[in-house]
Design a protein around this ligand. Structure first.
Ligand SMILES: NC(=O)c1ccc[n+]([C@@H]2O[C@H](COP(=O)([O-])OP(=O)(O)OC[C@H]3O[C@@H](n4cnc5c(N)ncnc54)[C@H](O)[C@@H]3O)[C@@H](O)[C@H]2O)c1
Length: 252
């Protein structure tokens, strides 16, 4: 059975730990040691107070479920310790120089970095953009104004432009746009809408290229055990961990 180390024991960490099937959570670390200890009690894994001891633990891969800062601080060390890395705080990879350093470390230590599809579908064949060319990728996200902290009364375009610039103003929207950009191998045009009429987070992806064109719309409900996370994003993490142990791979 695959042995997983959890870097970050908050909402996502709990979600992974409470659905640990076909893998076990064997090692846990959090900058707040009480959180790691509490979750270790529930999983039967070992909580570590120091990152150095955690990264040396007997695990096959480490799931980062902490923060952009944690990925930047610890990502290379995880790979250097001979462990694969699952990155949840995908926004950390918007820094091209850091991404390159992570790639170099993964190659040097023959390890892999996995990025879950999160709150959207379609990353699989968006990857053809790296070979066949995609002329245009647009991510249109619509959220209730409350979740953006905006006092808006009608449907309003609150941002239009490059993903990097959107991140400055609305950092919580970074994971989806960076994952799409990495899959397609190119810049994504982002539109962010506030709409009091929606009760779900809606992501629409429009892609046009040599292959033809595609339109994908995902309307996300909150995760039943963690309303802050889309249920699809929660499922996507769990299926990634299951798939790693499965010899048959489906999808590009
Ligand atoms: N890709 C996706 O689909 C997806 C979905 C949901 C959340 N996320 C991302 O996953 C991350 C975790 O989300 P969450 O909801 O569990 O957050 P959370 O705040 O509930 O938990 C984060 C935990 O990590 C710990 N932590 C933060 N920085 C750390 C560091 N440098 N070293 C050690 N521990 C550290 C915190 O103490 C906390 O316990 C966030 O960055 C979030 O954006 C990604």
């Amino acid at each position: 059975m695959m042995r997983v180390g959890l870097l970050g024991c908050g909402n996502i960490g709990h979600l992974i730990a409470s659905h640990a099937e076909r893998f076990s959570v064997a090692a846990l670390y959090d900058q707040d040691p009480d959180r790691a200890r509490e979750l270790a009690d529930a999983t039967g894994g070992t909580a570590y107070d120091s990152f150095e001891a955690f990264v040396a633990a007997d695990v096959d891969l480490i799931v980062e479920a902490a923060s952009v800062r944690a990925v930047r601080a610890h990502g290379e060390a995880v790979l250097g310790a001979g462990k694969d890395l699952v990155v949840m705080s995908v926004g950390a990879l918007s820094d091209a120089a850091f991404l390159e350093r992570l790639r170099t470390a993964a190659i040097a230590h023959r390890r892999r970095v996995y990025i879950p599809s999160g709150a959207v579908m379609g990353l699989d064949n968006l990857k053809v953009g790296r070979i066949g060319g995609i002329d245009r990728v647009v991510l249109r996200t619509t959220k209730h104004p409350d979740s953006l902290g905006l006092p808006v009364t009608g449907r309003t375009l609150v941002f239009q432009g490059r993903a990097d610039d959107c991140v400055q103003a609305f950092p919580k929207n970074i994971n989806v746009s960076v994952a799409i950009a990495l899959a397609a191998g190119q810049e994504v045009q982002v539109e962010l809408w506030a709409d009091p009429a929606v009760d779900r987070n809606v992501h629409e992806i429009v892609a046009e290229g040599a292959f033809g064109d595609a339109y994908i719309r995902v309307r996300n409900v909150p995760s039943p055990d963690n309303p802050a996370t889309s249920y699809l994003a929660a499922l996507s993490i769990l299926i990634l961990l299951r798939d790693l142990a499965d010899p048959i791979r489906v999808g590009t």
